[in-house]
Design a binder for this molecule. Structure first.
Ligand SMILES: *Cc1c(COP(=O)(O)O)cnc(C)c1O
Ligand code: SF4
Length: 355
């Protein structure tokens, strides 16, 4: 195996690197023609290999980043816009679904393309990066709405932008007095940690609070380089949270999730959301049932420190927003309420405050 220096972006690249078996090339053609592909050297280097040097079947990183023939199978319930972004888009590059926060997509490019991506129909270079005029229109929209407290930079992945471009975006947002928080959703600290430079960290500092939400699904993604990149951000005063997607065959067991959440919290990254898989096209092989997700959350409740517990959430198809869908511990019964403890035993609780 040679050390890969560049991001793999085509089927030929994947075959040449041993990531994909040449015999599979034919079945993968329709998939790579339809959906973006990118695998960074950092992620390729962490994939397990078998004796022949090929990427091992069932590897948690291979399953997330290498195209799979099953992506060509689109189920009837799967949607091109699974979370309803288009229903709340006042301007190109801006989604305004909740009153107090907007989601700004300065670029649609990502460092890697996740096979289960909920925005898989729009990510990639053809939708490109916003022009200055488009950004100015977005800043004017935000400036005109004092209820906007937070600007979320998402995409795509905002940390593929240069430090110079990020500094300009942060400065423009900082000039709008009523915005107090900038949040970035990114995979870069883990999948391309070399991008986290002192210059980039400095570009994210402003008068308000910056938060980074790292998208990470398996502890295997958190190699030493990823943890050092994250530590640079946290040391600079940028709190980090993590969001994960529940993925069949990758992290849908309690031990894998526990290891992921412990690794995160031990490295000052707070697990924030565990997303139920969205109804994105060609992603059925990744989805669990909601009952399975609830059972995993219930399993973690007793055994994992509370600060490492994320909320299990669903982004309701159609643009209706995200809501917690975790297990309930409150049960109605004849005498009032029963509250279930982490071991499954129920305890009665008075239905109304006394007096
Ligand atoms: C997920 C999302 C947010 C952020 O939601 P939080 O619950 O605050 O994390 C904001 N806007 C849009 C359009 C989203 O999809
Ligand atoms: S990094 Fe995020 S937006 Fe980009 S492909 Fe992965 S899930 Fe989709």
């Amino acid at each position: 195996m040679t050390h890969q220096r560049q991001t793999l972006r085509s089927l030929d690249d994947l075959i040449a690197s041993g990531a994909v078996d040449a015999a599979q090339g034919h079945a993968l053609k329709p998939v790579v023609e339809r959906f973006q592909v990118a695998v960074t050297p950092a992620m390729l280097g962490l994939m397990a290999r078998d004796e022949s040097g090929s990427v091992a079947q069932g590897d948690a990183l291979a399953a997330q980043f290498l195209p799979d023939p099953r992506e060509a199978m689109v189920a009837a319930e799967e949607l091109a816009d699974p979370i309803g972004d288009e229903a709340h888009r006042p301007l190109p590059g801006l989604i305004h679904r909740y009153e107090d926060r907007v989601l700004l997509q300065p670029t649609h490019v990502c460092a890697v393309y996740c096979r289960f991506c909920f925005r898989r129909e729009t990510v990639g270079p053809e939708n490109g990066t916003l022009s200055d005029a488009q950004l100015q229109a977005i800043y004017a929209y935000i400036a005109a709405r004092p209820q906007i407290f937070e600007v979320i930079l998402s995409g795509g992945d905002p940390l593929v932008l240069s430090a110079r471009r990020l500094r300009a975006i942060v400065a423009a947002i900082a000039a709008i007095d009523h915005v107090k928080v900038i949040r970035l959703h990114t995979r870069v600290p883990a999948v391309d940690p070399a991008r986290i430079t002192p210059e980039l960290v400095q570009a994210l500092k402003w008068r308000g609070a910056t938060y980074i939400v790292l998208h990470v699904n398996h502890a295997q993604e958190l190699a030493p380089a990823a943890l050092s990149a994250s530590a640079m951000l946290v040391d600079a005063g940028i709190p980090m949270l993590a969001q994960s997607v529940l993925l069949k065959g990758i992290n849908d067991d309690a031990t894998t999730l526990e290891t992921l959440f412990r690794t995160l919290i031990a490295n000052r990254i707070k697990p924030y959301y565990l997303h139920h898989g969205d109804l994105a096209q060609g992603t059925g092989h990744f989805r669990t049932s909601i009952a399975e997700g609830q059972s995993l959350m219930r399993n973690l409740r007793g055994r994992l420190t509370g600060i490492a517990q994320p909320a299990y959430v669903l982004d309701i198809p159609g643009g209706h927003g995200k809501v917690p869908i975790g297990p309930t511990y409150v049960h109605d019964c004849a005498h009032g309420l029963e509250i279930e403890d982490p071991d499954g035993a129920r305890h009665s609780y008075p239905p109304k405050p006394q007096g």
